[in-house]
Design a protein around this ligand. Structure first.
Ligand SMILES: [Fe+2]
Length: 241
């Protein structure tokens, strides 16, 4: 019975769901590029039950946006949006040469407190743990995006991050293999061992969203763990759904 798989979209999992990671704000990073596609993504999310969406555009050396630009473009977009979803703005910060200047100037955090962070998939910054500690000294909580995708991280690294009380965020579609077999296996390991705190789609396009919703099937054990995370983070992140 526990091996039987169900399509996540058909389980009710997304009813009232808050997506804590997405690239939907048009034309500011490598995600959605037009208002038309952004509306298609939001309509698709609303149709399966999503309730709130955090836009988390990349802030990194190779993206030519600024915090002020992002705030302005987000306000314009939100003011024109008439659909049912509640929209919020934060950012996904790459721990690269731009990070300290951008983040400590005017941080864009989830729920005013949680800093969504990513590193290169291949290697961490040389001062990775020092940066995380510095962020926490300022009263923010590091939230590591898609830890399953970092090929340099092993079980000991995940345990160390958890021991330091940093949070881990699952890229939901890692579970069907969008980032390859190794990331899928790591995601299943982290999920089944209760190491994820938060879930996001990290969606970059309508095509990826539609494919992900159709492709993502989970067994009963994974479904139970995903439900547990949703239940817990309502309190952790003050989710309003
Ligand atoms: Fe992302």
């Amino acid at each position: 019975m526990f091996k039987k798989k169900v399509k996540l979209k058909d389980t009710g999992f997304f009813n009232g769901f808050t997506d804590n990671h997405s690239h939907i704000l048009p034309g500011v990073d490598d995600g959605v590029q037009s208002n038309k596609e952004a509306l298609a993504v939001l309509n698709c999310m609303a149709a399966v039950g999503f309730k709130e969406i955090w836009f988390t555009p990349h802030i990194m050396r190779s993206m030519y946006n600024t915090t002020a630009d992002l705030c302005e473009k987000f306000d314009l977009f939100r003011n024109k949006y008439t659909g049912p979803l509640k929209l919020h703005l934060a950012a996904e910060y790459m721990l690269d040469a731009r990070f300290e200047k951008e983040f400590f100037g005017c941080p864009l955090c989830l729920y005013d407190k949680y800093v969504l962070l990513e590193t290169s998939c291949i290697a961490p910054p040389f001062n990775f743990y020092d940066l995380l500690y510095e962020i926490s000294l300022y009263g923010y909580v590091p939230l590591i995006a898609h830890p399953e995708r970092y090929i340099y991280m092993n079980k000991n690294d995940y345990r160390e991050l958890k021991n330091k009380e940093y949070l881990l965020q699952l890229n939901l579609f890692s579970l069907y293999g969008i980032y390859g077999h190794a990331a899928k296996k790591k995601a299943e390991y982290l999920l089944k061992n209760g190491m994820y705190d938060v879930i996001g789609t990290d969606i970059h396009s309508i095509r990826a969203l539609e494919e992900g919703l159709e492709s993502l099937c989970v067994d009963m054990e994974c479904l139970g763990k995903l439900m547990d995370i949703r239940h817990n983070y309502k309190f952790l992140l003050c989710e309003t759904s």
